[in-house]
Write a protein that binds this ligand. Structure first.
Ligand code: NAD
Ligand code: GLY
Length: 360
């Protein structure tokens, strides 16, 4: 097992990475300091792993909320379901909430923990690759609004992250690939050596080679932990973690939540960001091809859906948390391994990217 730390002073916490961790009572005993515990999960994950988590919580007052699976349930209505259960069970301020699931459950349960009685402790048990490398780390929590993804939320850090790599064995291939998009993102924004390693090891990752996956998760979390420790509230460097996300969120919102997986939308968005970076003279053709190629090897989409035209993209991209005074700002690449901070881009150049997708 590997332990990394997210260093945030009093809000610091460990990320445990390794196989078969959810069956180890010591993690729960170390990080849960109350007798009231609620597990939030969904209908897909519950039959697979809920029993193994509950087995470690014997003797405590347990509540559980099992939500319908899907991005379209990352809503205020689902958060209300959690609040209803917490209140009807008379859970108090020191109760602990456990998020057992992918990024949807982690974001929603984290947001609910941040709000309930102005904040109760919570623990992340991420069960997808995407959640293990990204969403469970760093304290961004949110629900979606019909007009924009993740628009209602809070920064709220967990007590710990328990990234049990054995849980990935049951993950569908498409979800594994979606998680790899965020892994590749770390290489692109700040770790050229890791990007090269990924180019050499992508087949092993797709075959779920345990050692390769553990390395990829560890490098990803180490990169994320450094960025979050330096800029918890996204006043600077943290925005680079959003490479491809402004385009990607527009795709997710525009196509309807759940049509494209988050990682798939981000993969397309990273290609659009790469195309724009080339138009601005930062990347060359070879760089853009390397980016498209590694994503294609992961069986991820690299061109935008044809029914989102440039005008619709621009309309959707106008709702983005990086925008300032109504002006669109994007994360782009100066080279592979180095992202820009948010930059304003001339609208005609952006339009050229949106009209041609990532094609030359
Ligand atoms: P998800 O939570 O929808 O999980 C994907 C699918 O896999 C679901 O059907 C789920 O039930 C299933 N699943 C989960 N674990 C499984 C397992 N071990 N075996 C079999 N099936 C399993 O999607 P995701 O990709 O994990 O997360 C996407 C969400 O994360 C989006 O809402 C996105 O906005 C959010 N996100 C948040 C952050 C952040 O910093 N907070 C970062 C990136 C993404
Ligand atoms: N996923 C972007 C962030 O955590 O900042």
């Amino acid at each position: 097992m590997k332990t990394l730390n997210v260093n945030l002073g009093q809000r610091s916490y460990p990320i445990y990475i390794g196989p078969n961790l959810i069956g180890e009572p010591e993690f729960y005993d170390r990080h849960i300091h109350s007798s009231q515990v609620m597990v939030v999960t969904n209908q897909t994950v519950a039959p697979l792993y809920l029993g193994r988590v509950l087995a470690n919580l014997a003797g405590r007052q347990i509540a559980q909320v099992i939500l319908t699976d899907g991005e379209s349930y990352k809503t205020m209505a689902s958060a209300m379901q959690i609040f209803d259960e917490l209140l009807s069970r008379k859970f108090s301020r020191n109760a602990t909430l456990i998020a057992l699931g992918g990024g949807v459950i982690g974001d929603l349960a984290g947001f609910s923990a941040a709000c309930y009685q102005r904040g109760i402790p919570f623990m992340q048990i991420p069960t997808t690759l995407l959640a293990q490398v990204d969403s469970s780390v760093g304290g961004k929590t949110a629900v979606n609004h019909p007009l924009g993804k993740n628009m209602i939320g809070a920064f709220y850090q967990p007590q710990c992250v328990l990234a049990d790599t054995s849980l990935l064995n049951t993950l569908p291939d498409r979800e594994l690939s979606a998680g790899l998009a965020e892994v590749i993102k770390y290489g692109l924004i700040r770790d050229a050596q890791f990007f090269s390693w990924l180019e050499d090891n992508i087949e092993a990752l797709l075959m779920r080679d345990a050692e390769a996956l553990a390395h990829a998760i560890e490098r990803s979390c180490a990169n994320k932990a450094e960025v979050v420790a330096a800029d918890e509230r996204e006043t600077g460097e943290r925005a680079t973690l959003n490479l491809g996300h402004t385009f990607g969120h527009a795709i997710e919102t525009g196509m309807g939540y759940g049509v494209f997986l988050h990682g798939e939308a981000v993969a397309i968005g990273m290609c659009q960001a790469a195309d724009l970076s080339r138009r601005l003279g930062w990347l060359n053709d070879d760089d853009v091809s390397r980016i498209e190629h590694i994503l294609q090897r992961c069986r991820l989409p690299t061109t935008p859906p044809t029914n989102l035209d440039a005008d619709r993209f621009l309309e959707l991209m106008a709702v983005d948390k990086k925008n300032v005074d109504g002006k669109l700002r994007l994360i782009l690449l100066e080279e592979i391994g180095r992202a820009t901070l948010p930059v304003s881009v001339d609208v005609d150049t952006l339009r050229s990217t949106l009209e041609t997708g990532s094609r030359k």
